[in-house]
Write a protein that binds this ligand. Sequence first.
Ligand SMILES: Cc1ncc(COP(=O)(O)O)c(C=O)c1O
Length: 403
Amino acid sequence: MSDFTNAFARRTRLRGGDELTAILAGSPPGVLSMTGGFPNPATFPTDELDEIAARLVREDAAVALQYTPCAGIASVREYLIDRQEQLQGRRPEPADLIVTSGGMECIALMCQALIDPGDTIAVEAPTYLGALMAFGGAEADAVAIATDDDGLRVDALAARLAAGLRPKFLYTIPEYQNPTGRTLPLDRRRELVDLCRRHGVLIFEDIAYRELSFDGTSLPSLWSLAPDVVLQAGTFSKSFFPGVRLGWAAGPPDVVAELAAAKQNTDQCAGGLGQRLVEEYGRAGGFERHLPAARALYASHWAALSAALTRHMPAEVDWAEPTGGFLTWLTLPEELDTLAMRPAAIAAGVGYVPGPPFYVGDNGRNALRLSFSHLTETELETAVERLATVVRRALERAKVGVP
Ligand SMILES: Cc1ncc(COP(=O)(O)O)c(C=O)c1O
């Protein structure tokens, strides 16, 4: 067998260790996995999609099956512009919005368009692992800004900016954050956009879970508050289905133009069939019909997980109380190590994501992320029972000094 490792780019070694690859690879059979931020397939509107997809192939093949303009099919962009206005109370100009192949592509385009090796960016601590990996691959120097129960600590960012920090952008997930499930309150949103505007810092707002509040309400997006300093990445992966690989970027037109130029060097356009599916489904009122049931399902799953955590977890364990999305974040006593505990958890039949991969540097050892989107409510109960047993055992070992 030839060995091509010498041919691999240096950045392939920046991606994190085998541990991370093992975590992302999924869980063995029999393990109740609370790892992935996957939407529940019960929320996929298959019947309607069946009809729309067949119709598009039959009647619209010349558009839906063809290459599309890099920024997206004109009618799809028009639909997305209408939708932002309807959902966020502000209408983007045509030059303010492009269609992307999902939220992750927008992160990759931001890396290509804005980051030179060694550039400083700011991220929440903790933050979305996929974004951290992309920023690492682009050789950004990611500076971690502290968070608390209300998300990003704007005062901590203000202190860093006052001390001379000049990031190319601040990456933030304001609602139902990945990995913590927390949401930035309105006063902090206003403070954040004012602060960044004063310092000329671009905010990169990732709204992956925004449409999945449990009660259907939402706070103003950062982009709607300050379109001059916010580049927003949206995706249909959580609210529709990830197989469509579709999202959008909205923000200052000069930034959006650079993202479109970067997209010319990647996939050149998002898939036309997915674009037209979203448009047809959306224009027919599909999201309004479908999202209330999806929200109710995730709210009910969270209620089941929350009750199970309360019932089974030792008193020393704390967790975030999300008001939407798929995720919660557990904080265990300092002496526990969630990376070291993972094999015992897998052996006990439960999967979680340990805290450290969500941080720049070596933090989050005593934290872990749970997703409640995918398992049934009965499975969530069993999974938490198993996890609580593993945590209790680890606590006992820590008390008697066994590593
Ligand atoms: C915060 C956040 N942003 C972006 C993404 C990626 O979204 P997409 O599937 O649209 O690439 C995810 C997926 O888990 C996410 O959690």
